[in-house]
Design a protein around this ligand. Structure first.
Ligand SMILES: [Zn+2]
Length: 272
């Protein structure tokens, strides 16, 4: 790895299930890179999806970090800290400011499609008012627009938005900001300059750069990304939160240790 220093990186779990080995791998790589590059480690909880968040999942994040012996410099210390200070709900003003900016730039349109209709969405042509209820806001995108992403190992990668990410949603039908927008806003807000992610989030990263370009955010463009491979479960299926037997909680309750996690994740192959 090049001898390089960063200011801040983050662990950003979504509390929508018990964390699994894949999350553990990502956290351990992030913590290791933070140490090697002198970066502060921020714990950010992506709790905007209120329907899927519950207290047991929030508590599991703290239990898992303790189990993995990961210390962080900034962010909530417990569940009540999240509620009083660190929840994304406390940053709604920032997200709505960003959405307003997109509106001013005429970069978004209202879409009233249901999940099944969205493939054939023609709402762009309808010019519906943005402020009517039960519409999502979609970003107007162009596939040919070049996107530049700074990576740790491969320098600047030039790419374009995948076709199925066209006009991705930045505000959901319930009026709350969508994941791509909150993630960009938070990384800028907290001054993150190193992001570690599993390869499955590469498409999200392209979408987020697209959004940051529209918003003319230099801060986001300067973030370096590090991608790591994913742990494969049986049958080469990506591990998911629904696979209860791979949860860290299950492992803890079975008397597992950190070294079991390290063995199961083959983390040495991923550490840089
Ligand atoms: Zn539509």
């Amino acid at each position: 790895m090049p001898d390089i220093q960063f200011n801040k990186t983050r662990i950003a779990p979504t509390p929508s299930g018990f964390l699994h080995l894949g999350n553990a791998l990502s956290f351990l790589i992030t913590a290791s890179l933070a140490k090697k590059t002198g970066a502060q480690l921020l714990l950010r909880i992506d709790d905007m999806d209120k329907q899927r968040v519950n207290e047991a999942y929030l508590q599991d994040i703290f239990d898992t970090l303790a189990f993995l012996q990961i210390n962080w410099d900034e962010g909530p210390r417990n569940v009540s800290d999240i509620k009083t200070q660190w929840s994304q709900l406390h940053r709604l003003g920032i997200y709505h400011g960003m959405l307003e900016e997109l509106k001013q730039k005429n970069a978004v349109y209202a879409c009233q499609c249901s999940r099944t209709q969205i493939i054939n969405c023609k709402c762009d042509k309808l010019e519906l008012p943005l402020d009517i209820p039960n519409v999502s806001w979609r970003l107007r995108t162009k596939n040919e627009k070049p996107i530049h992403i700074k990576t740790l190992e491969n320098g600047i990668i030039k790419t374009t938005l995948p076709e199925d990410m066209n006009d991705f949603i930045v505000r959901k039908k319930d009026g709350y900001p969508a994941y791509q927008l909150t993630s960009v806003a938070d990384d800028i807000h907290f001054g993150v300059d190193l992001v570690v992610r599993g390869e499955d989030l590469w498409r999200s990263t392209i979408a987020q750069h697209y959004l940051a370009d529209v918003l003319e955010s230099e801060g986001f463009k300067n973030i370096t990304f590090h991608y790591h491979g994913l742990i494969m479960g049986g049958g080469e299926k990506k591990l998911s939160k629904s696979a209860g037997d791979t949860s860290i909680k299950y492992l803890r309750e079975q008397g597992g240790t950190l070294s079991d996690v390290l063995k199961n994740t083959s983390i040495d192959e991923y550490l840089v």
